[in-house]
Design a protein around this ligand. Sequence first.
Ligand code: UGA
Length: 459
Amino acid sequence: MNTVCVVGSGYVGLVTGACLAELGNRVVAVDVDAERIELLRRGEVPFFEPGLEELVRRMSASGRLTFTTSYATGAAKADVIFLCLPTPPLPNGAADTSILRTAVEELAPLLQAPYPVVVCKSTVPVGTCATLHRLLEQISPLLGAVPVVANPEFLREGSAIADFMHPDRVVIGSHAPGCAALVEALYKPLNAPILTTGLKTAEMIKYASNAFLATRISFINEIANICEHVGVDVAGVADGMGSDKRIGPSFLRPGVGYGGSCFPKDVQALAHLGAIHGVQPRLLRSVMEVNADQGKRVLHKLRTQLGRLDGATVAVWGIAYKPNTDDIREAPAVEIMRLVEQEGGTVRAYDPVAMPKAAALLPTVTMCADPYAAAAGADAVLLLTEWNEFKGVDLTRLATLMRRSILIDGRNAVDPGRAAAAGFHYAGIGRGSVPEPPALSPVEPNGRVDAIAAVPVPV
Ligand code: UGA
């Protein structure tokens, strides 16, 4: 049984800690937020992640998972210390690693030989782990003997426990062979391929993976946008492409764009990393531009159907940036709701779990008890997160509740045939049938994309 300290009880740290406890380790989870630690001690998880609360409670009851605000308690007896701390974007797009550095400064005086392995799980710019190692050495030359390992996470919100327990691969980067042996041993019970690399390679694998997935999404969104104009359904195109083993089917679902706390931040940080080294990140910039436009395209569709948003009531179904999470960070729905309101529309929204968080951010939006309540008296429904419950909605009943039967499906979650049979004017993404206004988001000479909100509303 290894003793593991996990610094940071956010989404990554908590999943990592609870899963490592499940694998038989003694885990001490540290967080500076005393309120959060109290909540966790009571068995409550401060965000929605399927199965996590139950796992935390079970591991706490087994005695293998404990919580503390004290670095000293966490570091004492630790064989491995995982750093699972945020690296939020700075105004210039770079990732801010100051929280990590502060944690290392706090930990340094507490470390004693035989030293634990320090593992960085946070997504960090290339070179950060080496910098953290140098920082330890500066604090005390003896601490140069502390192994620093890069072990990026590939967990998706909503399926994080399954992703931890059944990873496609585990990436472990270190500066010398052998440094990572203990970390490899922790993952051994998962029977997953373990890739051992250099420190910088591991850091880059994380950014490149997220940027590639984001690129696939922007690619299929652009293909979907073209499909709309040439009368082709993008679903068939994605199927046909995805059946090619070299391409594969994942991340080819068109929609209102990617969001969340990872893709937007990481693509931006990688672009920044390229730019400061003189590599113009043209492709990454295009990925971001397509993504910024994609959410606003549904507003175009709405204007096309309604004529104008001023005075209209719009029901928004789904606020979270994707299903199975209450995370609304960089959620396309948040920006879209703001734009509807800016144009004089009234928004009534429903999301199965994200409403408490959204209500604080969008005080003028009426949060409703279910999808039907949101749609009552509305001129249009905008479906922005593909929660399963929206797929089974009784469209005939829905039509009777609404002022006008318009359904803009930003995630292609509803069958267009069913929608038409219930009398809806339906528009999905790339489903080929809806005529679109021609002009969209002219790119300015400096590469910035004009807000679609600036496109005149037809009267
Ligand atoms: C992503 C990665 O998938 C994880 O591997 C990574 O560990 C994580 O970021 C991170 O860096 O922490 P996550 O943000 O939880 O995970 O969510 P995804 O399931 O990857 O979805 C991201 C966004 O892409 C969502 O807004 C989703 O709606 C969108 N998406 C995804 C599409 O629009 N189309 C697709 O085909 C797939």
